[in-house]
Design a protein around this ligand. Structure first.
Ligand SMILES: *[C@@H]1O[C@H](CO)[C@@H](O)[C@H](O)[C@H]1NC(C)=O
Ligand SMILES: *[C@@H]1O[C@H](CO)[C@@H](O)[C@H](O)[C@H]1NC(C)=O
Ligand SMILES: *[C@@H]1O[C@H](CO)[C@@H](O)[C@H](O)[C@H]1NC(C)=O
Ligand SMILES: *[C@@H]1O[C@H](CO)[C@@H](O)[C@H](O)[C@H]1NC(C)=O
Ligand SMILES: *[C@@H]1O[C@H](CO)[C@@H](O)[C@H](O)[C@H]1NC(C)=O
Length: 422
């Protein structure tokens, strides 16, 4: 009795601490170890952990071998995403499906790649007390069956076992990411300026060589380059433009779910011995923003999410502290100019660059004043005009410091409390 109480307590505590971690839950069931490994490799685990309610339809070891042996990881991910239902189903609920049949939305539906009802799973209570699963595409076979409940956290997360994979042909036949043309994808997504910049600087080659192992791109859309507070790229040296463009990508596959779980700063392709060029991630509900230290940039849309490649659009340029702001710690060294990041190499090859159509103008222009203001940090004080400084050139765009917000909140809370108690 005491033991089971203690167990219940531990279960409660761990649920509270980790807000459920699918990897950890499944690790208690060796019969799903392959399924669990794939959730980690495809980063679906992060996606599952950041959502509720969710039902994970686990597959016993071996059930996915026909899929994993013949298809790239990007396709395996899509198949697995069909096994994550965005609703809560446990044994009793499955046996009480109204009208005997229901279509449930899956994580695959959220990728935007699912045509028609491909992103849905059909759950049907068939005769004889069995519950059958199949693709939501009309006419699909319902050849997988519910075998048992594995673990439930009502009504947020349920893990159940089904007998075999739901793998419709239309999902299996998707193109592998190696066939994708990054520039063309960017152009189509309304990021023509960014696309032409990465081509004319040669950075696209750096992207392409990273894309095999893992690449996430945050592409500012064309409006972002036209914004009033957009930086003047002609004031940057070539090396700085290259760093700026590399700053807009990570050498890792980081879909939204993974970004949401990110704690601390993450390195970018621009990160090197001469500069951190790192990013933080801020999440508010479904909205995800990248925090550079100079400003925040909201992720506006997903252009493609296909392991190991992920491309997002962002609605403003990511401005690294190294180029546009003052690092809080006084940089001891001299001008940052002198460090033309080691080897973006690959040489621009201006010859081959086609005339950059909508020309963001030649950033050939000479050095120009380093944006890192030379002499001793002015305006370190956040006060006064900090409100609307994002577009002014003093560069000191301090956002309302969290402490101030906190104080304001506290004051508001106190006032509210007084009203209540009076
Ligand atoms: C989930 O659990 C796994 C295995 O215990 C661990 O490696 C991972 O860091 C955890 N994830 C989170 C977000 O806590
Ligand atoms: C589920 O599939 C069965 C068999 O194809 C079909 O009769 C039923 O209408 C489907 N259910 C829903 C909700 O579409
Ligand atoms: C379920 O989610 C709600 C809302 O986020 C949370 O308050 C509750 O603690 C969760 N329950 C469990 C068992 O994780
Ligand atoms: C990729 O697309 C761009 C623009 O649409 C095109 O110029 C380029 O030739 C394509 N590259 C390949 C390898 O197909
Ligand atoms: C800040 O600047 C924007 C555009 O530059 C303007 O629309 C807005 O009214 C300004 N806000 C304040 C508080 O001055």
């Amino acid at each position: 009795m005491a033991a089971s109480l203690a167990l219940a307590l531990i279960a409660l505590l761990s649920a509270a601490i980790s807000a459920t971690n699918i990897t950890e839950i499944l690790s208690g069931y060796p019969e799903y170890s392959e399924f669990n490994d794939l959730l980690t490799k495809t980063k679906l685990a992060d996606e599952i952990n950041s959502r509720e309610p969710v039902t994970v339809c686990a597959l016993p070891n071996g059930a996915l071998s026909s899929v994993t042996s013949k298809h790239p990881l990007s396709v395996v991910k899509n198949v697995l995403a069909l096994h994550v239902l965005l609703d809560y189903f446990d044994g009793p609920k499955l046996h009480k499906i109204s009208e005997g049949s229901v279509l449930s939305t899956t994580l695959y539906q959220t990728t935007g790649n699912a045509a028609g009802q491909l992103g849905f799973v059909n759950i049907t209570d068939v005769k004889g007390g069995k519950v059958a699963f199949g693709s939501g595409l009309p006419g699909s076979p319902l050849d997988s069956t519910f075998t048992k409940s594995v673990k439930q956290f009502p009504y947020n997360l349920s893990v159940i076992e089904i007998s075999q994979a739901i793998a419709p042909a239309a999902v299996l036949s998707a193109a592998a990411p190696s066939d994708l043309n990054i520039t063309a994808l960017l152009e189509k997504a309304g990021c023509k300026t960014f696309a032409s910049l990465i081509v004319s600087t040669g950075v696209v080659k750096v992207y392409a060589s990273a894309a095999g192992k893992g690449l996430t791109v945050f592409a500012p859309n064309d409006e972002a380059f036209k914004a009033a507070d957009a930086p003047d790229l002609t004031k940057l040296t070539n090396a700085e433009v290259v760093s700026l463009l590399q700053y807009h990508a990570l050498a890792a596959y980081s879909p939204v779910g993974t970004l949401k779980q990110t704690k601390g700063r993450i390195s970018t392709l621009a990160t090197n011995g001469a500069g951190k060029y790192d990013l933080g991630v801020k999440t508010a509900g479904d909205s995800v923003s990248l925090v550079t230290g100079v400003d925040d940039s909201r992720i506006a849309s997903t252009v493609i999410d296909s392991t190991p490649l992920c491309i997002f659009t962002v609605d403003s340029l990511l401005l690294p502290v190294e180029l546009f702001g003052k690092a809080p710690s006084p940089a001891p060294g001299p001008a940052p100019e002198t460090s033309p990041s080691p080897s973006p190499a690959e040489a621009p090859t201006p010859a081959s660059s086609p005339e950059p159509a909508s020309a963001p103008s030649p950033f050939k222009s000479p050095p120009a004043p380093p944006t890192n203001s030379p002499d001793g940090a002015p305006s370190e004080g956040p006060t006064a005009d900090s409100k609307n400084s994002s577009s002014d050139n003093s560069g000191a765009s301090f956002e309302a410091p969290p402490a101030v917000v906190k104080v304001l909140l506290t004051v508001a809370f106190l006032v509210f409390g007084c009203i209540l108690t009076s």
